[in-house]
Design a protein around this ligand. Sequence first.
Ligand code: 5RP
Length: 259
Amino acid sequence: MEWGMRNRLSRIINPHTGRSVMFAVDHGYFQGPTTGLADLGRMVNPLLGFADALMITRGALRNWIPPTMDKPVVLRVSGGQSILKELSNEIITTSIEEAIRINASAITCSVYVGGEYEKETIGNLSRIINEGAMYGIPVLAVTAVGKDLVRDARYLSLASRICVELGAHMVKTYFCEDGFDKVIEACGDVPVIIAGGKKIEERAALGMAKKAVEQGACGVDMGRNIFQSDRPLGMMKAVRAIVHDNVSVDEAYTIYRNE
Ligand code: 5RP
């Protein structure tokens, strides 16, 4: 791997812990003003100091995030669908030149394995991997599940491994209770981070993060379970403590409660 690509990856995944806390706030690209993110800057900017990277669209960056912020950007470059229609119908919306202008440390799009537009989304991922390779920009592949697909180890291994085989540098997938270690195994040396998914009770979300890193995930790319919490800063700090400091779920929950 070239120096520039490695340098960008090491801005996202802490080279000392091998772990990362990404803060995912890209939901508006198909959900519009998602609960908690209507005033995106007011929610995100106070938490940024505790995140390792920010996953976001170019429009949200320009509107709500000051260009003086120093966190690496994982730029969402796909879109084209909404919650009102078929979710897998994505295109690449943001060019590689735009990603470079924005100073993105990585680019990302979703892959809907088993979805109606499976081939097109796999094509999107392949395209951004090829374009990113020309400029040393790594790619985070998101295994999106749409509305109907089952999130079990068999499916997540299939989807994640396809992303690895196509050349993704990081894979974002979901945690599953049975066989998550198989999902990690399917990805070889490619770092795996988990999405948080729908908002659940705080202790359960922290428990999920804990189990994921114990079973080999290099961290989380969490959104709703942070920004839809009653204590977003507390959740961010608690998740960070689990990912980087290996604290227990009880300790992390206390961090959340004390905020
Ligand atoms: C949407 C995404 C989101 O960034 C991802 O789902 C993470 O957010 P959350 O923790 O809210 O699930 O990639 O396709």
